[in-house]
Design a protein around this ligand. Structure first.
Ligand SMILES: Nc1ncnc2c1ncn2[C@@H]1O[C@H](COP(=O)(O)OP(=O)(O)O)[C@@H](O)[C@H]1O
Ligand SMILES: [Mg+2]
Length: 363
């Protein structure tokens, strides 16, 4: 790629240089035009002054004063023209910020609700991504009770991540309701993060220690809670093996950690603070076999504590602990029900996407 990348960079640079030359030509032209205009005006006002002095209408002092005042009056105009690029940049910055902030509504202060039970009720959901124009998810709905795990499977771009984002309140749905123990999730305000743990498909860690990352950047991480979360996520031993254990600083770009390590720290972060609902977006994507076993044990224990869990899975080993299964296709629900029933029905219909799922679950 080296030559191609260099040529590409060179071309872009040439374009930038050309644009720069054009713009400095333009500002130069305007600059000299205004200078000429100012000279002309100043000469004209001196000439007018001299004429009036000769006529005896004003004094010579007034003539000089008028010339000076004109110079002062024109200075701001000249400066504005010289600083025009800066003014334009400020305007674009302002517009960009306004558009960006406009996409995220202000958080309202909410009456604090008690810790909900793990009862999720989803009805008539339609989701349009913030930057998109078409719905990428349309679901009639589903219910999830305490102690249940739901597996969501489907090919790439079938809407699994979209579902995860809407359930965590990151993307507000354009239609439909999501209720957690009777309250729609926006009623929890910022507390929603305490009750719903989320492991994104691509985990990004912050430039802080492992403990601070697990504690979601809170100022004084509660060590007991951090270790408890890591143990639940099956990440405790892995973290102890890092150079500084829990105090290892995760450098920018997460340099030192492997994909699987990041994912396990991400899982601990999702489990921090005992959420009642856990949403895992492809949690096993970069885990090896022992990692998957640890993950499935973590899911099992989480369920047994009376919590609910939703697992988006691309690879079949992810749904081993699921009671319910939803199959997604093109942003819609293709099948839903108890896992084994769904798998059996699909195999009878000779639909291959679940055949290997079934084989792996059985094994
Ligand atoms: N931020 C976004 N803006 C617009 N469209 C998006 C965005 N994120 C995802 N999509 C679209 O939504 C569809 C579903 O994507 P996604 O939910 O990520 O699928 P999956 O997780 O099942 O692979 C895809 O067609 C994708 O192009
Ligand atoms: Mg996805």
């Amino acid at each position: 790629m080296e030559t191609a990348a260099r040529v590409r960079w060179q071309n872009l640079r040439n374009m930038a240089l050309e644009a720069q030359i054009k713009s400095s030509d333009l500002t130069g032209t305007f600059g000299s035009l205004t200078k000429t205009l100012r000279m002309f005006l100043q000469s004209a006002i001196l000439a007018l002054g001299a004429y009036l002095v000769l006529q005896g209408e004003v004094t010579a002092g007034a003539m000089i004063a008028a010339s000076i005042m004109l110079g002062r009056a024109l200075a701001p105009v000249e400066q504005t023209i010289a600083q025009w690029p800066l003014i334009l940049r400020a305007r674009y910055g302002w517009l960009g910020l306004a558009e960006f902030l406009g996409r995220v509504p202000d958080a309202e202060d909410r009456t604090k609700l008690p810790r909900p039970r793990a009862i999720l009720e989803v009805r008539g959901l339609t989701v349009v991504p913030p930057s998109g124009a078409h719905p990428t998810l349309k679901l009639d709905g589903f219910d999830l009770a305490e102690g249940q795990a739901l597996g969501v499977v489907g090919q790439s771009a079938s809407g699994k991540t979209t579902l995860a984002r809407v359930l965590t309140g990151i993307w507000p749905p354009v239609a439909g309701t999501i209720r957690l123990d009777g309250a729609s999730i926006d009623q929890f305000g910022e507390d929603l993060g305490l009750h719903v743990g989320y492991l994104p498909q691509e985990v990004s860690l912050f430039e802080a220690t492992v403990a601070e990352n697990i504690a979601r950047l809170s100022e004084k991480p509660n060590a007991t809670a951090v270790v408890a979360a890591a143990k639940k996520a099956g990440a405790h031993e892995m973290i102890l093996e890092l150079a500084d254990g829990y105090d290892t600083v995760v450098a920018g770009e997460n340099g030192k950690l492997s994909g699987g390590q990041k994912q396990r720290i991400g899982l601990a972060r999702a489990m921090y603070g005992n959420p009642v609902l856990l949403i895992l977006d492809e949690p096993n994507a970069s885990l090896d076999a022992p990692g998957s076993v640890a993950l499935n044990r973590a899911i099992k224990e989480f369920k047994e504590d009376g919590n609910a869990i939703i697992i988006m899975a691309h690879r079949p080993s992810g749904i081993a602990e699921c009671d319910l299964l939803m199959i997604m296709q093109d942003g819609m629900r293709k099948a839903f029900g108890p896992r084994d029933e769904v798998l059996r029905a699909k195999v009878q219909n000779h639909e291959n996407i679940t055949e290997n799922l079934n084989a792996e679950v059985k094994s």
